[in-house]
Design a protein around this ligand. Structure first.
Ligand code: SAH
Ligand code: SF4
Ligand code: F3S
Length: 466
């Protein structure tokens, strides 16, 4: 029996790529094992967004090396694979395969070569490929969320970022193929879909049929689908019709992740983000003017070359102005191949650490105020984890907030002891924390059964397909 073990790092696009790689391996007759010691083939799907992430890869590879026994094979996939290419063979000679994400559709052939005993197999892309990797053999390993990559690669070339070099050029799938996948996902029982792309809203339908906002709406109308999320949106391509679509289609979630990176127009310019603070704030104003309470979240880099105290202050005041519900803050990390690697990394590490701490402290205060509005509200929650030792179940609101809650049977006759993962339940919020909400269930769980969903999907509205 051919066995494999896979470990995944990085973003949700990587997580979903691994689902597709797993599906492909299963189809090729491999069996997945949960312990690397039991695997004939060990795959490592890597991330190189920051230096730390990349270091982790080589650290883990060294650990693997200790395991390197008779007949064991190693493959490095993902962004470090694409970035380092066959240099990986020199650094870790026991690795037999190095493949970037743009080559995964050729995996069956590469696996055959591996099985034939080849030890220097590469699948690398030089920003040439037009192909996307959509496969019906996706192994959907997330129990409650169906991922769909609608656009791959990136053409934006921000000065600090490796992604355009590790993920290839920007290429979208047809809206018909995205909708067909959404329907397959719904038929298999998922009610939540996450549309993915490095810049998901840069989506350009090759068939010319739908804009990104129209595609969002169409996915939201697929029978059985109750929640549609999308990430990551780029401010440059963020159009007003996206907000209109959220207002119009109830299944689109109340959440937009719109990374700003910096609140200083000068730094944005140096980062080659190609928008200004004001331009960004205009998109925020559109989102805040929506009828729905759309939660805003962001990514921020501190300590970019040349970032002055004043520039950093601009980022802090932008946090106050927007009032994000969450931010992901990062210290600038110089990356190979990027334009910024040639800039002097002028901000000392201790200053980066200090700015990140100030940023996070400011955001914590903002969240304390923001989250207070939920006290006493009742909101539908999708259950993501069963009860912990204290009896708390964890789920997520449409705004993507984590909600921990208790559940008691509504009536003596009720047969439901605990809500199952992927079901929905109304929760009344009784307590707030800076980054989570606490509450108690006030309804019985509701989720259409898989059979009902399948029936609904069969009756799917023809308009969705046309
Ligand atoms: N395409 C998305 C982000 C993808 S990368 C966008 O443009 O918004 C995820 C996040 O990693 C980025 O938003 C950025 O905040 C962070 N990041 C990327 N490169 C980085 C670097 N060299 N150093 C520190 N953070 C980085
Ligand atoms: Fe990186 Fe910029 Fe592309 Fe985002 S838009 S993936 S930050 S280059
Ligand atoms: Fe990392 Fe590649 Fe994603 S660098 S963040 S895994 S696109």
């Amino acid at each position: 029996m051919k066995t494999f073990y896979i470990e995944t790092f990085g973003c949700q696009m990587n997580a979903h790529d691994s689902e597709k790689v797993v599906g492909t391996l299963l189809r090729e007759g491999y069996m997945q094992v949960v312990d690397e010691a039991d695997a004939g083939l060990i795959l490592y799907n890597t991330c190189s967004i920051r230096d730390k992430a990349e270091q982790k890869v080589f650290h883990r590879l060294n650990e693997y090396k200790k395991l390197h026994g008779e007949g064991k094979r190693f493959a490095v996939l993902g962004c470090v694979a694409q970035q380092e290419g066959d240099k990986i063979f020199a650094r870790a000679p026991y690795v037999s395969m190095v493949a970037g994400s743009a080559s995964y559709r050729h995996l069956p052939g590469m696996l055959q070569r591996l099985e034939a005993g080849e030890t220097r197999i590469t699948g690398l892309d030089d920003r040439q490929t037009d192909e996307t990797f959509d496969t019906e053999f996706t192994a959907r390993t997330n129990p409650h969320r169906g991922y769909i990559t609608i656009i791959e690669g990136c053409d934006k070339f921000c000065a600090y970022c490796v992604v355009p070099y590790t993920r290839g050029k920007e290429r979208s799938r047809t809206s018909a193929s995205v909708l067909a996948e959404a329907q397959r996902i719904a038929q298999s029982g998922f009610t939540e879909i996450l549309l993915l792309g490095q810049n998901v809203n840069s989506y350009l339908d090759p068939s010319g049929k739908r804009t990104f906002a129209e595609l969002l709406a169409a996915v939201g109308e697929v029978a059985g689908i109750q929640r549609v999320r999308f990430t990551t949106s780029h401010p440059r391509d963020f159009t007003r019709d996206i907000v209109d679509a959220i207002d119009a289609v109830p299944t689109l979630c109340d959440h937009v992740h719109l990374p700003v990176q910096s609140g200083s127009t000068d730094i944005l310019h140096a980062m080659q983000r190609e928008y200004t603070r004001d331009w960004y704030l205009e998109r925020i104003a559109w989102t805040k003017a929506a009828k729905r309470d759309i939660s805003l979240t962001s990514d921020i880099i501190v300590g970019f070359p040349g970032e002055t105290v004043r520039d950093f202050e601009d980022t802090l005041t932008l946090l106050d102005t927007v009032g994000y519900d969450t931010i992901y803050g990062f210290k600038y990390s110089p990356r190979p191949n990027t334009p910024a690697i040639h800039m002097h990394d002028s901000i000392p590490e201790e200053v980066k650490i200090e700015r990140l701490a100030i940023l996070n402290a400011r955001q914590r205060e903002i969240q304390r105020t923001n989250y207070a509005r939920h006290l006493g509200q009742t909101m539908p929650i999708m259950v993501e984890h069963g009860a912990n030792a204290r009896g708390q179940i964890t789920g997520r609101s449409t705004q993507n907030k984590t909600v921990n809650f208790t559940y008691q049977k509504m009536s003596e006759g009720s047969e439901i002891d605990a809500p199952s993962i992927g079901s929905y339940i109304d929760v009344r919020i009784t307590q707030i924390f800076p980054s989570s909400l606490v509450g108690e269930a006030v309804s019985t769980p509701f989720a259409p059964s898989a059979a009902l969903l399948a029936q609904q999907a069969l009756n799917a509205r023809v308009s969705v397909l046309s």
